[in-house]
Ligand binder design. Sequence first.
Ligand code: SF4
Length: 327
Amino acid sequence: MQSYSRNNIILRVNDLKTYFFTRRGVVKAVDGVSFELRQGECLCLVGESGCGKSVTALSILRLFDSPPGRIVGGTVVYNSTDLASCPDQELRKVRGKEIALILQEAQSALNPVLTIGDQIIEQMKIHLPLSTDEARFKAINLLREMGIPSAEDVLNYYPHQLSGGMKQRVLVTMSLCCDPKILIADEPTTAVDVTIKAQVLDMFHQLKTKRQMSLIFITHDLAVVAEIGDRAVVMYGGRDVETAPVSEIISAPAHPYTAGLLECLPDLSREMSRLNSIPGMPPDPSKMPPGCTFHPRCPKMIDICRTQEPPLAEISKEHKVRCHLYA
Ligand code: SF4
C-alpha cells in the first residue's frame, strides 16, 4: 500500500495550537499537534469525537471562526509558506486551489435549492477563468471520473434526488475543480451505510493511486483507517498521542488509548454478547486533566502520569508515541 515517497514532504504541521477564547474559559481544541504529510500518501487522523481532529483540519486553512478561535502557536508549512501566520491574501491562493477541504456530512454541505450543476459550475467559475460552457464540460468529465453514471443528467438534479454516496462524489468533484495537491476529507464515511462506505473508500483510493493526491482522511473508525490509510496520527485531548504506519498501529499499538480503540472494534470471528468500550469520557477541552490527559481512563497509569505530561518517545524512526511507559 505504501506507494508514497517517505522523503517528499508536502505539508508539515509543527506543534500547532488552536484555542477558542469563550466566556466559559479557554477551550484548547488543538494543543500541540505535529505531523507531516508526504506526497501521494493517505494520512489518517483518528480519535473519538472532540479529540481535535476536525479543528486540526480547519486550522490548516484557518477556516474556523475568529474570534473566538485563534492559532496561538505552531506552524503549518506548505511550499515554504507558513499558513498559520501568512496574510489572508496569500492563504486565499492556497484554499481550494492547492489544498481542498471536504466538510463533514454531505447532505448539509450541498445547497438544497440549487441543482448540482449550478453548485459545481459556480464553484469552478469562482476559482477558474472559465465560461459557463467550459465549466459545464469540465464538471461532466470530473463527475464521470468520480464514477457517476449519466453525468449530464445529474447536473440537473437537486441534492435530495441523490443517494448519500452520490452526494459524497459530488462534493469530491467540487473539491477537485482546481486540481488541488492536497485533499482533506472530514469523516466522509460517517452517516453512510456499509455499501456506500465501501464505494466512498474506493473513490478515495482511486484519487490516491490515479491522481497521486496526498490525502488527510479524518475518521473515528480504525477499521476505515486499516482500509484506506498509509500512516495514522492517533489524537486524544487535542494532541497527537501516537503516529505510525497503519500496519504498525493495527498490529502493534503502543499507546494504551490506541490499544483501547482497537479493542472496541467488533470481532466477527467470535461470538460477543456486547462490544468493548473505553471506560470514562474524553476530557472537556476547557478543563484538561493535568499530566497525561488520558490518565483518568488509562488501565496502565503510573504515578508520574497524574502530574507530568509524557514526552514524545521514538519506538522507531516511523513510530512515535507520547506515553511515560516508553520515555
Ligand atoms: Fe497511560 Fe501514563 Fe501512558 Fe498516559 S502516560 S497513556 S496515563 S501509561
